[in-house]
Design a protein around this ligand. Structure first.
Ligand code: MLT
Ligand code: ZN
Length: 461
């Protein structure tokens, strides 16, 4: 161990500073697999004071820090490939307080999203941010990327649910922001700066999360649809006639991979597009409305087939078809794009992007799926088995540049919910103006004067 780590060991007594090769490998990467992990070491603090100590140590010794939660990120935001210290929040995973009057729960940042769901449920409430990696991802990571997921159309992004945030800035200062208040018109809302900052301004150590009334009983419907315009027509009809909790889509290619991965095919025939629709079902009137909408879809030609789950188990089966896409594609090491446009621009964006990609890269399997209700499309490019990884990445970067051009025409974003990280850094200025990026850099300098917080993510130092 070098002298820097000897000094760090004074702050972290016991076996909480790891540097065995397996640990460096494990903690140095996220779900992207493009970079070879090479951290200096891994720190496992257990208290806010220890995090403050680590950040101050990092400033003194000019060591870069990579805050680390469940490392389920898809943009390389939690990758440590340049001798950084990984600051893992995994030991800071406790519930600190629940307040029934405020309807809040205060947690340490390392707690898993699913654990928060369970606590809320135990109190007859819900924490409504939800997505497939719920069991492994951490609240701190959700905050760092302003995570979205499958219920954004009904409940919004993570940002809406953060009533208070405790952070250690890159300057080593402890800030307790907003303190659970509902109203607070006292100047800049610094809390919001740390939400979506991808760990580039400081370390989120604790959060006060707002909880909501429990969700209504729901039903889940799977629709087979003729084309993407039909997906949008179905969305508009269902949104007008039902109380939607989720409206997600995937293509036949996505379905093929999920079925090959073990899921049950939903229909005998193949259809180009599918939508999973979850809606409030509080009585027979809701069911009648859903059926009437489906029948209208058949008559108007946007619906080709459909099924409504008759039990929780069947609903879970239908959801697996959508939520299982990421896992089913993972062995193919997909190149992921995660874009957003206004819902009204979705069809034009998809048609233009699809035409450009298929004209230049007809041999690529491109899997489309995502969150129609909030304008967020996932475009995963799969590597042909006979193609070298380096050639594949080069071509995928060109695909992303094509997407960025189409996005710019439609005023969209190159990252809807995964973050910019390392993967999308070259495309940031397609989404944010030079003036915006300059303002972001100024904010970073103010909160992280030595540039030790996750350097190289979001933009270059
Ligand atoms: C999803 O919507 O399933 C997630 O964003 C994960 C992914 O894009 O693979
Ligand atoms: Zn998503």
């Amino acid at each position: 161990m070098d002298a820097r780590l000897d000094a760090l060991r004074q702050i972290l007594p016991g076996p909480r500073l790891l540097n065995a090769p397996d640990d460096l490998e494990h903690y140095g990467r996220d779900w992207t697999r493009r970079w070879t992990p090479a951290p200096l070491a891994v720190a496992l603090p257990a208290t806010v004071e220890e995090v403050v100590g680590i950040v101050r140590w990092a400033r003194e010794h000019r060591v870069a820090l990579v805050p680390s939660g469940g490392r389920t990120g898809l943009s390389g935001g939690a990758v440590a490939a340049n001798g950084e210290l990984v600051l893992s929040l995994e030991r800071m995973n406790k519930v600190l307080a629940f307040d029934a009057i405020d309807r809040t729960v205060e947690v340490q940042a390392g707690i898993a999203l699913e654990a928060v769901h369970n606590i809320a449920r135990e109190h007859g409430l819900q924490y409504p941010v939800d997505f497939a990696s719920r069991g492994s991802c951490s609240i701190g990571g959700n905050i760092a990327t302003n995570a979205g997921g499958i219920r954004v159309l009904r409940y919004g992004n993570t940002r809406e649910w953060i009533a208070g945030l405790t952070v250690v800035t890159g300057a080593g200062e402890l800030l307790r922001l907003n303190k659970g208040l509902v109203k607070n018109s006292s100047g800049y809302d610094l809390r919001q700066l740390f939400i979506g900052a991808e760990g580039t301004l400081g370390v989120v150590v604790e959060a006060t999360l707002r909880l909501a009334a429990p969700p209504p009983p729901t039903r889940t419907m799977l629709l087979a649809l003729a084309d993407f315009d039909a997906v949008i027509r179905a969305f508009m009809a269902m949104r007008a006639g039902l109380r939607l909790e989720a409206f997600e889509f995937f293509t036949s290619l996505a379905l093929k991979h999920v079925v090959e991965h073990g899921a049950q095919p939903p229909f005998d025939d193949d259809y180009p597009f599918h939508a999973v629709v979850e809606y409030a079902h509080e009585g027979e009137a809701d069911e009648a409305a859903a059926l009437a909408l489906f029948e209208r879809g058949l008559v108007e030609g946007w619906a080709l087939d459909g099924v409504i789950a008759g039990s929780q188990a069947q609903a879970a089966q239908l959801w697996r078809l959508r939520e299982g896409v990421t896992e089913a594609l993972a062995p193919r090491l997909p190149y992921k794009n995660d874009v957003s446009v206004r819902i009204s621009a979705l069809p034009a964006f998809l048609h233009e992007a699809e035409a450009l990609i298929s004209a230049e890269y007809p041999h690529f399997e491109v899997v489309w799926f995502g969150h129609i209700g909030d304008g967020n499309l996932h475009i995963n490019v799969l590597k042909p088995t006979d193609m070298a990884q380096a050639d594949f990445v080069r071509d995928c970067e060109r695909v992303t540049r094509l997407l960025a051009e189409v996005l710019a025409r439609h005023g969209g974003s190159i990252s809807a919910e995964h973050g910019i990280g390392l993967v999308k850094k070259p495309y940031l200025t397609g989404t944010r103006s030079e003036e915006e990026v300059a303002a972001m850099r100024a904010i970073k300098r103010a909160l992280d004067p030595d540039g030790i917080m996750n350097p190289g993510k979001l933009f270059d130092p």
